[in-house]
Design a protein around this ligand. Structure first.
Ligand SMILES: Nc1ncnc2c1ncn2[C@@H]1O[C@H](COP(=O)(O)OP(=O)(O)OP(=O)(O)O)[C@@H](O)[C@H]1O
Length: 841
């Protein structure tokens, strides 16, 4: 097979078909920069050691499938030929030869198995009873790097948990991936970069490579430095029980019986080498490491080359040995107690006494900010925090002051409104991605701040909402800010473009991903009842919907469907009477205003002046007469309203899974979450038999994978008898339809992208800036925007969208191009007729 450049198969992993189309290592060019390098897909087989491995061929040779009357239904996923172990009923895992792992979460051994799987595999779906995981090259990398697991540990533990023997192909995949992963490290010590390895042979191999040799710094005789590796002992993360000197946390309720505990401990110990009492087998041993220095501007080239050679580099920061960068006097306040899952995620980051770069995934409202702050308190060096909006910037600063005993003067804000550096040698700067990457003309103060940011070294770079940042912007950020450790934080590691794997490469592996349902069970986030309410279209709206040629106007028809309005009115009334505080979300601003005005409720969208926004929010929080507010997409993220207990969604961003999860996040932090029997409510109102139903299903995919169940409500009991129900007569509905028909297509569009507050749409954006960026059009088809290709995020780069469109057009045959032209012509004629008709009336 000829080497493919920039191939981008869509899966991750251990998937047989994908690994076949893997980018051969040689295909990643040896050019000197990364500008033309496109990282492979998430978890995709990323180096030659892995690409040599073809599970497909091996497994297809060895499998003898049964053929009976039902086997055709299961096709390749008929695994009935696998032999179950005699005591399979007590084991929780099914492992198939294609690398998928299914876990019975009701098994007594499930808690242990889950702990193990979270360390070695990617969670794919975790509903109540059955969880699905997949072993990927990246997950194995993270397992080796953060938990220090050996291939034998991994395979033997899988074997113990599995109902069937671990297939030989999987065992060899694990060996091939883990043999090289995590062995070579990039360490920044005394402000010099070192490539470090425990095996002298591997290091020799790298040194002898002509490309790497070019970047090597020869000090004295150019010898390889041999040193003792630092050990984990002594590193205490602030805010943990250990830090407070408290005893170990008691066993959780519902823990397995004593005799099972012993079995589980055996299994766990065999996997990690760590006993329950925390003693490692070889804690006292010191390992020898060999390293050589690499020039700063050669680091990326070396990283790429090592990846090609089959030794992907992990980045680590020996912050305790860093005497060059000033210490930041920062500690958590005594009252701060970090939660168990926050502690687990931080342990993954500081697992071996050094800080590892990577991504931590926690549900919305689960406290990512405190995780970032605790990381800063552990490293105790200068920190840069980058957030997506000016409002988040303010919140980050407030949280630093709330949780830490740091002088507020040492936390500076860099936004369009504030540009002052911190006092002293070390400090914290909080800014937005676009402030840092803005390539336009900067004001004098802004340039001064940028120079400050780029001229020094930072101990930690915290990247908030890491998944939403366009990849190009990301690269720019990482090149202009030199940080020893990069910590990405997100709730939804989902992107609509094909750049998710860039995060693995540019930041580091996913270090930890929390289980939403578990956190809800433990009361850290609210339990939510989710429902999709099907609202039939009225006949007159449906006729118009079917005949409308313009996609955006069609959208307006299903959002303004009178039956949807009635459902919204009914639900607001029902939940207000229950004592809930309700947020109604609408991406469509025309509908937002129309619904809110008709129902006499307050609304906030991009055009609402700042003062008015704050006043509405304050009333919502404190005034018992203001129980419902309408919000446009500007409220999707960063809005901390713990009073809210019910969400109603009337219009959304097509099929965006990320938006659905983020909106749900607004009620996950409900104050009342620990009240007896408390539930928050999330309703998505969907017009039946329209495109909205398709998008709605797509939107829910991520939450369903997290274990949320969406009930379908086809009829709201008692709605017909609801007093004052709007649009209950045909005349009213026709009047509404007329108003909708008279709107131009823009009314069917959505509010501009609120990627960054600096562009004017965030909650605390200066209203004078709003008009500049209110609406942003991108070229592309509806399906491209909608998540039609299992996407949740669209690259906000206009030229990229144009390219996409062009590519699609190129792919079309002349026959289809002709059809497109004919259709456009017909649409123009229809529009002209309509205009003529409305003019005549
Ligand atoms: N360990 C803790 N102890 C007490 N309160 C906590 C803890 N961790 C987080 N919180 C509180 O939980 C709330 C949500 O935290 P935060 O805003 O960091 O969530 P998030 O994960 O960033 O959410 P989102 O993704 O929606 O922005 C905050 O009010 C925060 O103070």
């Amino acid at each position: 097979m000829p080497p493919k450049r920039k191939s981008a198969p869509t899966n991750a992993s251990f998937d047989v078909k994908r690994s076949r189309t893997a980018t051969p290592a040689a295909s990643v060019s040896s050019s000197d920069d990364f500008s033309d390098y496109e990282a492979p897909e998430e978890g995709h087989v990323i180096h030659n050691v892995v690409s040599k491995f073809s599970l497909d061929e091996r497994s297809s040779k060895s499998i003898v499938r049964k053929t009976d009357s039902v086997s055709h239904i299961f096709g390749k996923r008929d695994y009935s030929y696998l032999t179950l172990k005699p005591n399979h009923a007590t084991r929780p895992l099914w492992i198939d030869p294609e690398g998928n792992i299914i876990m019975e979460s009701f098994s007594a051994l499930a808690p242990r198995a889950q702990e193990f799987l979270t360390a070695i595999a990617e969670p794919i779906s975790r509903p109540q009873f059955i969880h699905e995981y997949r072993i990927t090259a990246h997950s194995l990398h993270a397992a080796v790097a953060s938990a220090g697991l050996t291939p034998d540990d991994l395979i033997s533990t899988l074997e113990r948990f599995s109902k069937v023997s671990v297939p030989a192909d999987i065992a060899s995949f694990i060996r091939e991936c883990t043999e090289s992963y995590g062995k070579v490290k990039l360490v920044l010590k005394d402000n010099k970069y070192y490539i470090e390895c425990k095996e002298p042979e591997t290091l020799q191999k790298l040194i002898q490579d002509p490309e790497i040799a070019q970047g090597r710094v020869h000090e004295g005789d150019g010898a390889v430095v041999v040193a003792k590796a630092p050990q984990m002992g002594g590193l205490v993360i602030p805010g943990t029980k250990e830090a407070a000197g408290a005893a170990q946390a008691p066993t959780q309720p519902g823990a397995p019986a004593a005799e099972k505990d012993q079995l589980m401990e055996d299994v766990f110990t065999s996997a990690t080498g760590i006993h329950e009492d925390g003693e490692g087998d070889d804690d006292d041993e010191e390992d020898t490491v060999h390293s050589f220095e690499i020039a700063r501007d050669f680091v990326e080239v070396a990283q790429k080359r090592c990846l090609n050679l089959g030794y992907p580099i992990s980045e680590e920061y020996a912050f305790r040995d860093d005497t060059t960068n000033a210490e930041l006097p920062i500690d958590l306040k005594p009252h701060a107690r970090i939660r168990p899952y926050q502690e687990v995620s931080l342990n993954k980051m500081f697992g071996n006494g050094r800080a590892k770069s990577g991504i931590i995934v926690l549900p919305c409202g689960a406290g990512k900010t405190l995780v970032g702050i605790s990381a800063a308190c552990t490293i105790k060096k200068s920190v840069v925090v980058l957030a997506t909006s000016a409002m988040s910037v303010v919140q980050w600063r407030q949280q630093f002051i709330q949780w830490c005993n740091i002088d507020p003067d040492q936390i500076a804000i860099f936004t369009s409104e504030s540009k002052t550096a911190f006092k002293g040698d070390a400090g914290i700067i909080v800014s937005t991605y676009s402030m840092v990457t803005n390539s336009g003309n900067r004001s004098h103060d802004s340039q001064k701040m940028m120079d400050f940011l780029t001229s020094r070294e930072w101990g930690l770079l915290i990247l908030d909402e890491v998944h939403v940042v366009p990849a190009g912007m990301f690269r720019k950020t990482l090149t202009c800010i030199s940080a020893h450790t990069k910590l990405g934080l997100t709730a939804t590691l989902l992107r609509e473009d094909d750049k998710i794997s860039d995060l693995n490469f540019l930041i580091g592996p996913k270090l930890y991903e929390a289980n939403w349902m578990e956190l809800a069970e433990q009361g850290h986030i609210a339990k939510v009842q989710c429902a999709e309410v099907w609202c039939p279209m009225t006949p007159e709206f449906y006729m118009e919907y079917l005949n409308e040629p313009d996609a955006r106007k069609r959208t307006l028809h299903y959002i303004m469907n009178p039956r949807k309005f009635q459902a919204c009115q009914f639900l607001i009334d029902y939940h207000e009477k229950r004592g809930d505080k309700i947020i109604v979300f609408s991406d469509n601003v025309y509908a937002l205003k129309a619904y809110a005005l008709k129902l006499r409720k307050a609304f906030i969208y991009g055009g609402t002046p700042q003062q008015e926004r704050l006043s509405i929010l304050e009333n919502f929080q404190l005034n018992p007469n203001v129980n419902t507010i309408f919000l446009s997409k500007i409220g999707d993220t960063s809005l901390d309203l713990p009073e809210a207990t019910c969400l109603i969604q009337i219009s959304a961003h097509y099929g965006s899974r990320r938006q659905e999860a983020q909106r749900l996040g607004r009620i996950l932090r409900a104050k009342r979450r620990n009240d007896e029997g408390f539930n928050a409510f999330f309703y998505s109102l969907v017009s039946k038999d329209t495109a909205e139903m398709y998008y709605s299903t797509k939107r829910q995919a991520f939450l369903v994978d997290q274990g949320y169940a969406f009930k379908v409500i086809t009829h709201l009991q008692g709605i017909e008898k609801f007093p004052g129900l709007a649009y209950s007569t045909l005349a009213e509905r026709k009047e509404l339809l007329e108003q909708v028909v008279l709107q131009n297509a823009d009314a069917g569009g959505q509010e501009g992208d609120d990627f960054d507050g600096a562009r004017g749409l965030s909650f605390n954006a200066n209203s004078s800036r709003k008009s500049k960026a209110k609406f942003k059009r991108t070229t592309g088809k509806l399906s491209e925007l909608s998540g039609g290709s299992t996407m949740a995020y669209i690259e906000t780069n206009k030229s990229r969208n144009k390219e996409l469109k062009k590519d699609q057009y190129k792919k079309k045959s002349s026959f289809f191009k002709k059809l497109d032209r004919d259709r456009e012509k017909r649409q123009k004629e229809q529009l002209a007729l309509k205009e003529q008709y409305s003019g005549a009336n």
